[in-house]
Design a protein around this ligand. Structure first.
Ligand code: LFR
Length: 491
């Protein structure tokens, strides 16, 4: 048949998905084959990913897709959140469970590494915003704690590469995943020598960097037995999930900002070349290398993590706290009553989120949100205001006057926030695929398979399959006073 099926494995910090993308008669249809949680496990003072369990879920999802689509299945691609990694010995053995990026072990490292190398040099070399969990700081923590697994390891694989290795038997280092580590130079698009030298790691340890779209080969015999076919090819995609998400724009609109909304709210837009100017450095924007050498010029805003963490607390206290009830209550609450800075540092780590939000409000003289609905509403209002705040900086640095905002990803299902974002920006919001990451993942596979020539071609090919939704700004909902009140809260 003319039908082709590509499998996207997409791991996010809230859930993992195995999605079959069915390409037939010029239309791409996404079918979710398996969804599972990706919880972190506290063990001996550290937050770990339960990686073998994630691997089993992935195999199960692929098997289900193969059973259903048979010989039409062409290839599989893997993307995950960024910066985390597995450590391997010479024989390819995984030496320890990968540690979660939110783990506190990197805390003191930012200061330490920056004092040694200089913040300016690190930014000029990498163009990446300073976040405590970047791989550069995780490696510094490994060194400083003299961790046995790290000392023994001969190879580091970022998480998408680790799964690709388990599926195909081939070790590779994909460029978009490498880029967000804060160890890659976005101008040369290869490892930064000064950073590697400072960390004391070699480019062999990190590996030669390959582009998304590389064919690694067929699945191993072991995997073939688990999924029921040996005829499945493993292809590198934009392994960093945000890199895949930014590929799946609903329209070509160069003057639109792009928001990838999920656990994180990642706001920026696509450039042809990196901007590592002092202004970009001062504002803390990242230049992440994307598919086809594009640059995502962006900033991470703490996104629906805030709500996920609140839900985790509420559920632990025996409440039901389902998404629909929370949304319904939040919609009924007084708008803009309590505001927080979503990026306040204490919010970045796990635990006690409702109390942390209440404490922030108390300290800043904001009315303290009491009910679950009020807390959720506070998060949504504050996120929309933060988008506007960052958007203005983005305009200043790039000299572009932005005309609207694309919202992509799982968080784009939240129409309350979509509308609030339009209100805060005073601009239209166009909502694209909620599984944008999977769409981008599949686009890279389609290009590798010869169905599209390049990124622009794939965008044109795939966009008609996902009809965008528009939100127009409502005048008067977000006033100048509210914006000023919010700005005063941002540290
Ligand atoms: C989103 C994301 C962000 C990255 C953060 C940590 O899932 O990949 O792009 O900054 O997670 O890796």
């Amino acid at each position: 048949s003319s039908r082709k099926v590509y499998i996207a494995v997409d791991l996010g910090a809230t859930s993992g998905r195995v999605i079959a993308a069915v390409w037939e008669d010029g239309k791409l249809e996404l079918v979710e084959k398996h969804r599972f949680e990706t919880p972190s496990v506290r063990l001996r003072g550290r937050w770990h990913w339960d990686f073998l369990s994630l691997y089993s879920e992935i195999l199960y999802g692929i098997k289900t897709a193969v059973e259903f689509y048979g010989a039409d299945v062409v290839s599989v691609g893997v993307d995950t959140w960024g910066v985390d990694y597995g450590l391997l010995d010479e024989s390819g053995e995984l030496l320890a469970n990968p540690v979660c990026y939110r783990d506190e072990r990197t805390g003191p490292m930012v200061k330490q590494v920056c004092e040694k190398l200089g913040k300016d040099l690190i930014y000029a070399e990498t163009g990446i915003q300073f976040m405590f969990f970047n791989t550069i700081f995780q490696i510094a923590a490994e060194v400083s704690q003299s961790r046995t697994a790290f000392k023994t390891a001969t190879r580091l694989l970022f998480l998408p590469d680790l799964i690709n290795f388990w599926l195909s038997g081939v070790q590779s280092t994909e460029r978009t995943a490498a880029s967000t580590s804060q160890m890659l130079n976005p101008h040369t698009k290869t490892w930064s020598e000064p950073i590697l030298a400072e960390l004391g790691v070699s480019s062999e340890f990190l590996g030669d960097v390959v582009d998304p779209g590389a064919k690694l080969g067929l699945v191993t015999q072991e995997v073939a037995e688990a999924i029921g076919t040996s005829d499945l090819s493993v292809v590198t995609v934009a392994g960093h999930d945000t890199g895949s998400a930014f590929m799946a724009l609903p329209e070509v609109q160069p003057n639109y900002g792009i928001l990838s909304s999920g656990t994180w709210s990642i706001l920026g837009f696509e450039l042809d070349a990196p901007n590592t100017s002092p202004e970009a450095a001062a504002a803390g924007f990242s230049n992440e290398v994307g598919y086809g050498g594009t640059i995502r010029f962006l900033k991470n805003i703490c996104g629906l993590w805030l709500l996920e963490e609140c839900r985790r607390s509420w559920i632990a206290q025996g409440e039901e706290a389902t998404y629909p009830t929370i949304m319904e209550e939040a919609a009924k609450c007084e708008p803009m009553r309590s505001l927080i800075d979503p990026d306040y540092s204490a919010f970045a780590t796990a635990g006690g989120m409702p109390e942390k939000i209440q404490a922030f409000c108390k300290e800043k003289g904001e009315p303290v949100p009491e009910t679950n609905g009020q807390i959720a509403r506070c998060i949504f209002d504050s996120l929309a205001l933060k988008y506007d705040f960052v958007f203005q900086i983005l305009e200043k640095i790039t000299g572009r006057q932005l005309e609207g905002l694309f919202i992509l990803g799982g968080g784009s299902r939240n129409d309350l926030v979509n509308q609030l974002a339009a209100d805060a920006l005073g601009l239209p919001v166009v909502v694209g695929a909620s599984e944008a990451t999977a769409v981008g993942n599949v686009m890279a596979q389609m290009i590798a398979d010869g169905e599209a020539e390049d990124l622009a071609g794939a965008r044109n090919l795939v966009a008609p399959s996902f009809s965008p939704r528009r939100f127009e700004p409502r005048p008067g909902v977000v006033t100048t006073e509210i914006k000023q009140r919010f700005s005063a809260l941002v540290s």
